[in-house]
Design a protein around this ligand. Structure first.
Ligand code: FAD
Ligand code: NAI
Length: 475
């Protein structure tokens, strides 16, 4: 006999747990299933984001940045320290405690919202009379049924066939967050978001980091001017970034990992490292779902096929987050989770994938929303650009962090903001104003006419908006 619910959510990452909470707020009886286990075998809701993604990576970025500041920048403020050392074990324990706070927070929120949590794997068993039976196996076993099912099973790191993850020497994001001591030499394959964030953490802690990237251009998804500035800064910080490489044989031995590759000039080269992070993108998690049992349609990458509103080919079955098309970002997954819960309730949930902000939490941070200058050119859009350097911002000078700039791109005939690109201090926070402006279809002049607090980094966004009309006041 199955337990009956209005909505079953499979997967408890940011897409799933937020969908479950919103559905419960709307009055539905909701079950959420997740198989992630903590070190003690207990439930660890929160998915990739909480356990081996956004949260632990930001904890390590913060710790390593404090370390770097103490070693290299405190003296500028007149602060002298003795020898500054890093206890990596303590840093990792702090990171684990932050993760646990988030796991516990989700279980608390489920209790508060009366969402029933099942710890185990959820897989489709059958469909009859418009309802689906989902089997839970693993730590808990149960048969659940509901007319509405939300698939939010997320993604996993893509492996190189020649170099399977052993999480000792060849590391996915999971192993990269658990290295017990800073390696002397660290290799990274893929100069995407994970490669840059995790490469930065271990570089700050003393590793000599080499990043091997297949593409001839650095950070191709970012605005070209931002990517160019970032490459210059990261190289100066000590990250060795080689573009346009072709990875060959990888040997995982007792002493470390040896990577044979062809460099951009076509020459054979070899990289010897203690640890190798492979961060070459992620693949959707659909293997455990038993999608065939109900005829759920997957594409050739294994992603669940959905329309613009996250509807699958099956009535009442939805899918959100990393397991579907679109950027693999926690906030995108959350927005889709909310929108689906609202659609189930007959409301009009909406997610605009054109204004999902991106942030790379390196130092300086990189953030953008909307289209890049190269995209606007490719789309044949007439645009105006305004740029303002943090060097000319009083707060940035007081902080002692004047790297980078804010760039605003606006439609030439209407002045509507089409993209905002930031490299510099607290770009992750500054980008929210730009996303809000774009959601309200604001013009550059709208931002330029809003009173921004002084001294604040946000004045740089206002000045960049003024620069669109060639009338900056402080530069
Ligand atoms: P997930 O978070 O992957 O959650 C899916 C859950 O479903 C998992 O718990 C999984 O165990 C469970 N599951 C899968 N199959 C089943 C099944 N059959 N039964 C039961 N449970 C199942 N994004 C950002 O926006 N900002 C960041 O700073 C950021 N940093 C990141 C850093 C790293 C190192 C990584 C790897 C990713 C980062 N991301 C970041 C991306 C972010 O983690 C994902 O976009 C986000 O977690 C996707 O959410 P989701 O709910 O779709 O899937
Ligand atoms: P990514 O897609 O960001 O970058 C992968 C990089 O690897 C690309 O530059 C690609 O050209 C390169 N690559 C692919 N195959 C290669 C090969 N064989 N040899 C050499 N280079 C190769 O993927 P990444 O870094 O694994 O991250 C996955 C996703 O996780 C991100 O796209 C993002 O969606 C999410 N994420 C988000 C973060 C954030 O929001 N701050 C932080 C970390 C991850």
């Amino acid at each position: 006999m199955s337990q009956s619910f209005d909505v079953i959510v499979i997967g408890c990452g940011p897409g799933g747990y937020i969908a479950a909470i919103r559905a419960a707020q709307l009055g539905f009886k909701v079950a959420c299933i997740d198989e992630w286990k903590n070190a003690a075998g207990g439930p660890a809701p929160g998915g990739t984001c909480t356990n081996v993604g956004c949260i632990p990576s930001k904890a390590l970025l913060q710790s390593s940045e404090h370390f770097e500041h103490a070693r290299h920048h405190f003296a500028d403020h007149g602060i002298s320290t003795g020898e500054v050392t890093m206890d990596v074990t303590k840093m990792l324990a702090r990171k684990d405690a932050v993760v646990k706070q988030n796991n516990d927070g989700i279980l608390y929120l489920f209790k508060k919202n009366k969402v029933t949590f099942f710890h185990g794997r959820g897989s489709f068993a059958s469909a009859a009379d418009g309802a689906y039976v989902v089997k839970v196996t693993g730590a808990q076993t149960a048969d659940l049924s509901a007319k509405q099912v939300v698939v939010a099973t997320g993604s996993s790191a893509r492996q190189l066939p020649a170099a399977p993850f052993d999480e000792m020497n060849i590391l996915s994001n999971d192993g990269a967050l658990r290295v017990g001591a800073a390696p002397t030499k660290l290799g990274v394959i893929g100069s995407g978001v994970i490669g840059l964030e995790m490469g930065s953490v271990w570089r700050r802690l003393g590793a000599e980091v080499t990043v091997l990237e297949a593409m001839p251009t650095f950070l191709a998804a970012a605005d070209e001017s931002v990517a160019k500035e970032a490459l210059k800064i990261f190289t100066k910080q000590g990250l060795k970034i080689e573009l346009g490489v072709k990875i060959g044989e990888i040997t995982n031995g007792k002493k470390g990992v040896s990577v044979a590759y062809t460099n951009a000039k076509g020459e054979a080269a070899q990289l010897e490292v203690d640890k190798l992070i492979v961060s070459i993108g992620r693949v959707p998690n659909t293997q455990g779902l038993n999608a065939e049992a109900v005829g759920l349609k997957l594409d050739d990458r294994g992603a669940v096929v959905v329309d613009d509103e996250c509807r699958t080919n099956l009535p009442g079955v939805w899918a959100v987050g990393d397991v579907v098309r679109g950027p693999m970002l926690a906030h995108k997954a959350e927005e889709e989770g909310v929108a689906v819960a609202e659609r189930i309730a007959g409301q009009h949930g909406h997610v605009d994938l054109g204004i999902v902000p991106w942030v790379i939490y390196t130092s300086p941070e990189i953030a953008w929303v909307g289209r890049t200058e190269q995209q606007l050119k490719a789309d044949g859009v007439a645009y105006k650009a305004g740029q303002f350097p943090f060097l000319a911002n009083g707060r940035a000078r007081a902080l002692g962090d004047t790297t980078g700039f804010v760039k605003v791109l606006a439609d030439a005939p209407t002045d509507e903001i089409l993209g905002v690109h930031i490299i510099g201090p607290m770009a992750s926070e500054l980008i929210a104003e730009a996303a809000m402006a774009m959601a309200f279809k604001a013009s550059a002049e709208d931002i330029a006419r809003i009173c921004h607090a002084h001294p604040s980094l946000s004045e740089s966004t206002k000045e960049a908006a003024l620069a669109v009309d060639k009338r900056t006041l402080n530069f």
